[in-house]
Design a protein around this ligand. Structure first.
Ligand code: FEO
Length: 387
């Protein structure tokens, strides 16, 4: 396996995880990559590593350029093990190398690996000379762990951004001008929605820190590298982090005997009649991580579940746990569902949403099977909310 040149003397030497389908609960239908970068300079430097089971692939790619033990510096931008997992094996062949990390990164690496590596903690603004080129460290705490940092190389206008701007996407192509842009952007949006969303405020702060940099290439640590659409992905991050919504509603539901589904359709009809772009998402056929991709710009989140043993259905419970953890801000919510003898699930769902900052604007319940009149009344009440 070969390295891929991204600039003169700078190579992608990562690992491609073609078969990854689940990244701690995030459905990764297109697999992923862990991008490492090799910089040939007076100090030979490796930026980030890969997941432990792809270490030999990374070493083979490095070996296509130089003998791996020649590496002097290893930059660890993020402790999470998809980027640091190769360190134990790598450091066995680099006993004299220096590892550079943020102060929290240094502590995290020591706590994770309990090894006596030579780790230097770098503060924001610190510059590391590699010889002809340099790396300027910018700490980006909570995007999305406390230890995160990014590195800017002004001589080549490269931002080594780690998780930021990444996508879970396995491909033989490395650059955004080689791969369908709509897929790359969709996967970047899914990545933001499922990983970065709770830290939108920190993202905005980080973007301010980066705004004065002349960035010609974003060497991120997952998926496709940005070189043609740098301004485009920066703009999208700004938009997603600003929590900007549009006239859009999601109707997310599970159903047992189609009564709650009938309510979902009536609610969809109500939103459409008021000019909302409305998406119907059954929890039986859509993965929660795909639903989150749609949540990003939706003004209304409507959640429906029938009563099951006096509670909401487990699919809805799982989605609510996931949704409230990812914590989209300032959204309006509608809860609905059918019931037989006790509609406790409605207040249960509404309570979780209210406690998490959603504005619950309607709670709709219908006993057993909705009649035509029931559904017409439901549509009318929801439409009336949207004037
Ligand atoms: Fe790609 Fe937060 O690790």
């Amino acid at each position: 396996m070969k390295a891929v040149k991204i600039k003169e003397g700078i190579y992608w030497v990562g690992g491609i995880d073609w078969n990854l389908r689940n990244f701690h609960g995030y459905l990764t239908q297109r697999g992923s990559t862990y991008n490492s970068y090799l910089i040939l300079d007076e100090k030979i430097t490796l930026v980030d590593t890969v997941k432990h089971y792809l270490t030999s692939e990374m070493l083979e790619r490095i070996g296509s350029v130089i003998d791996p033990p020649r590496i002097d510096y290893v930059i660890s931008n993020h402790v999470e093990m998809d980027h640091s997992g190769s360190l134990p094996e790598l450091m066995k062949i680099l006993p004299n190398a220096t590892v550079f990390a943020s102060p929290k990164g240094e502590a995290g690496l020591r706590e994770h690996y309990r090894e006596n590596w030579n780790i230097r903690a770098m503060e924001s603004g610190t510059v590391l000379s590699l010889g002809r080129r340099s790396l300027h460290f910018v700490l980006t705490p909570m995007v999305h762990w406390p230890d995160n940092m990014v590195d800017y190389m002004p001589e080549e206008k490269i931002l080594f951004s780690n998780d930021a701007f990444g996508q879970h996407l396995a491909s033989s192509e490395r650059f955004d001008d080689e791969y369908p842009l709509d897929i790359t952007m969709l996967e970047a949006r899914k990545y933001f929605a499922n990983i970065v969303l709770p830290y939108s405020k920190q993202v905005q702060k980080a973007l301010v820190g980066l705004q004065d940099l002349d960035i010609g290439l974003i060497a991120n640590s997952h998926g496709i590298i940005w070189r043609k659409h740098v301004a485009g992905i920066l703009k999208e991050y700004q938009r997603w982090a600003s929590n900007e919504t549009r006239r859009r509603a999601l109707v997310i539901y599970d159903t047992m005997w189609n009564s709650t589904e009938a309510m979902a359709l009536a609610i969809q009809d109500a939103f459409e009649s008021r000019g909302y772009l409305t998406t119907l998402l059954s929890l039986q056929t859509n993965h929660i991580s795909d639903i989150m991709t749609e949540v990003i710009d939706a003004e209304y989140i409507c959640l429906g579940s029938p009563a099951l043993n006096g509670r909401m259905m487990p699919t809805m419970s799982a989605f609510l746990t996931y949704l409230t953890g990812l914590a989209p801000k300032d959204r309006k919510a509608i809860v609905f569902g059918s019931y037989g003898w006790g509609p406790r699930q409605i207040d249960e769902m509404a309570g979780i949403l209210s406690d998490s900052g959603f504005g619950v604007v309607a709670k709709e319940k219908i006993k057993y099977v909705p009649s035509r009149e029931d559904l017409a009344g439901l549509k009318e009440r929801i439409s009336a909310l949207l004037i």
